[in-house]
Design a protein around this ligand. Structure first.
Ligand code: F6P
Length: 319
């Protein structure tokens, strides 16, 4: 039996440990692993290579993905999906593990409706915006990158009596912003999922400043597009000198944390076992309420991820 692995969409730390475990585990089971290079674009162009142990040696600790990733406009066209399927068949590949987000799962789901393809998705995105799983591969590393940046920003903010607005990634999801605000004790957190009552926040902050507060840390989720507004408010209405830091793509890089490495191994073993065992439907591996499981792809892509209300309740909100 031959199985392949590929990355699709935005990269996330944890992809390399998953790729390594995939190759080692498939060999351990006496079967043949393949690597699809360059994501969906590579699948269309036939960049599919039998994996050797040496290809995945020494990659565990590295961020990014040695087999690279891509987003593909061509994949929206039937003729390219057919080409992609035929490329897999040329190597007699029976199943595919896809590390990606729900856009990638949707693309693979479409392909599997058209061709007899078995795949298992591993939720991989720093945004943590995939329905049905409490966490995705890469989230913990991104949170630690943000924590490190916020600890440093606090040093300068407190020394120089300034307000800081730190913009974090997450697309339309405020998970990274919320957890980062909780764990860094930020005074302000602005996310797409909740209204931010600027009047109430202003009253609280002004009172605290009168009582001696000398700096303010604010986290803004990129999806709100409110970074500039919050900075102007802090500078003009709160009256504190303000600086903005957009953390950007450093949040996508770095050596995967221990948690993400373990998650990569657990997800990958389950994905491979499923492909060995069953060919009936396409699934996504999930981690929910402390347990691993499999969900139907339709359920995962057909529902929207929502922030846990308990998490929202933990925010040190001033509004
Ligand atoms: O989905 C991951 C992510 O890093 C988002 O948080 C961000 O909005 C987007 O990708 C950035 O995309 P790009 O790398 O294409 O600029």
């Amino acid at each position: 039996m031959a199985l392949a692995i590929m990355c699709s969409g935005g990269d996330a730390p944890g992809m390399n440990p998953a790729i390594k475990k995939f190759v080692d585990y498939v060999y351990e089971k006496g079967e043949t692993p393949y690597l699809v290079y360059n994501g969906l674009e590579g699948l269309i162009d036939g960049k599919i290579v039998k994996a050797l142990h040496k290809d995945v040696a020494g990659i565990l600790h590295r961020g990014g993905a040695i087999i690279r990733s891509s987003r593909s406009k061509r994949f929206y066209e039937y003729k390219y999906r057919k080409q992609a399927y035929e490329n897999l068949k040329k190597h007699n590949i029976d199943g595919l593990v896809v590390l990606g987000g729900d856009g990638s799962f949707r693309a693979m789901d479409r392909m599997s409706d058209e061709f007899p393809l078995n795949f298992v998705g591993i939720p991989t995105t720093i945004d943590n915006d995939i329905y049905g799983t409490d966490t995705c591969l890469g989230v913990d590393t991104a949170l630690n990158v943000i924590r490190d940046a916020l600890d440093k920003i606090r040093d300068t903010a407190s020394t120089f009596s300034r307000a800081f607005v730190v913009e974090v990634m997450g697309r339309e999801c405020g998970y990274l912003a919320t957890v980062s605000a909780i764990t860094s004790g930020a005074e302000v957190c602005v996310i797409p999922e909740a209204d931010f009552n600027i009047q109430v926040a202003q009253e609280h902050l002004k009172k605290e400043i009168e009582e001696g507060r000398s700096y303010i840390l604010s986290i803004v989720a990129e999806g709100t597009k409110k970074t500039k507004d919050i900075a102007e408010w802090l500078e003009n209405d709160i009256g504190m000198e303000t600086r903005v830091t957009v953390l950007g793509h450093i949040q996508r890089g770095g050596s995967p944390t221990v948690f993400d490495r373990m998650l990569a191994f657990e997800f990958t073993i389950r994905a491979v076992d499923y492909l060995f065992m069953s060919k009936s439907s396409n699934k996504v591996v999930v981690f929910e309420n402390g347990e691993y499981g499999m969900k139907e792809i339709d359920e995962v892509v057909g529902n929207r991820y929502e922030l846990d209300p308990e998490l929202l309740g933990m925010l040190n909100r001033l509004d």
